[in-house]
Ligand binder design. Structure first.
Ligand code: WQD
Length: 319
């Protein structure tokens, strides 16, 4: 089976591509290398392509034909929340325009299986202990909106021409499945805390007065290798099940607070730092955790690794 992985030079996409290859699939990567790294995709065929560009449909059709693509895992997207607030038009053009081009090419070439990289950002500020896929989604920034609208666009294509799609709503992805595929972006809590320690500074906690057990924000951290594995489970599901449109949370079902993550970082690094508590960061939900019963039951997927493995693998990948 040949799978097209868009965004396959990125942190998550490169894990998906490598796991597919390891399990015997042929993989073609399409990535514009704007944030992805070419070094991550040496093992697979790579086409440099901006999915939202004017000639993307033609290029995608040619890739699909040349490589006899049978299914697509679509991760290529802009994903910086703050940037999306400043540049909403560009976020919609990139994330929705890119998906529309991809779907047009898939439809024209008769490729009907899609795994779409969605996000827990679709839920916004939920007032529940664990988010269920059938909850009403109220994203609070353009990034989250583009993920929700992307799900709707895929659903419309499912109704219109028989696309079969699985949306995976990622929670907080971290860790490294292979040291050379580590997250180099320094945009999330664990990489930011490591960068601070390497610079001899103390990690920062954004708010300790939330209505949570220890006052800091709680998130559902999922290991990137487990997340990659969920994409393979989703592809298998699309092969065996004829349902047209489905959405699954990808998390562990267990939350960790910022203080708990930092305690794990102290243990793993052996550095006895004192974290600095700063005011709350705008737009942070106090708690965002996944209800994982659907993905457990329907896809037979369970996270195998926890916070210890996440922090250990992320730290050893950069040392
Ligand atoms: C986690 C927690 C911070 C840094 C974001 C996007 C989301 C998704 C994943 C996808 C929060 C706290 C952080 C620090 C801290 N994006 N924190 N000190 O905000 O849950 O999710 O990334 O592509 O859409 O919003 O992740 O890692 O930024 O923060 O205390 O130095 O850590 O306030 O509670 P977040 P994060």
């Amino acid at each position: 089976m040949t799978v097209l992985v868009t965004g396959g030079a990125g942190y998550i996409g490169s894990h998906v591509a490598r796991l597919l290859i390891e399990r015997g699939s042929k993989v073609v990567v399409a990535d514009d290398l704007s944030t992805g790294l070419e070094a991550r995709v040496t093992a697979v065929e790579h086409v440099q392509l901006d999915l939202a560009s004017a000639d993307a449909v033609q290029q995608l059709r040619s890739i699909i034909k040349t490589h006899s693509i049978e299914s697509v895992i679509h991760l290529a997207a802009r994903k910086k929340v703050g940037e999306s607030v400043a540049l909403p038009e560009w976020y919609y053009q990139q994330n929705i325009g890119g998906l529309a081009n991809l779907l047009e090419a898939m439809k024209a070439e008769g490729v009907d299986r899609l795994v779409f990289s969605s996000s827990a950002a679709t839920y916004g500020m939920p007032d529940v202990a664990a988010c269920r896929e059938d909850m009403i989604c109220q994203p609070i920034n353009p990034y989250g909106e583009t993920k929700l609208v992307g799900e709707w666009l895929a659903r419309a294509a499912a109704r219109a021409w028989g696309l079969r799609v699985v949306n995976l709503r990622y929670f907080n992805v971290a860790g490294a499945g292979w040291p050379d595929l580590a997250d180099t972006a320094v945009a999330n809590l664990i990489p930011i805390a490591f960068a601070a320690l390497k610079a001899g500074k103390a990690p920062v906690v954004f708010g300790s007065d939330y209505p949570t057990a220890d006052g800091s924000c709680v998130r559902d951290y999922v290991h990137v290798h487990d997340l990659a594995d969920a994409h393979l489970s989703a592809l298998d599901y699309l092969e065996r099940d004829d349902r047209k449109f489905d959405t699954f949370n990808v998390g562990t079902g267990a939350g960790s607070s910022v203080f708990e993550v930092l305690a794990e970082i102290k243990r793993v690094t052996g550095i006895a730092f004192e974290e600095v508590v700063e005011p709350r960061r705008a737009g942070d939900p106090p708690s965002l955790c996944a209800d994982v019963s659907r993905i457990n039951e329907e896809l037979g997927w369970h996270a195998k690794q926890g916070l210890a493995e996440i922090v250990e693998s992320a730290w050893s990948a950069i040392n």
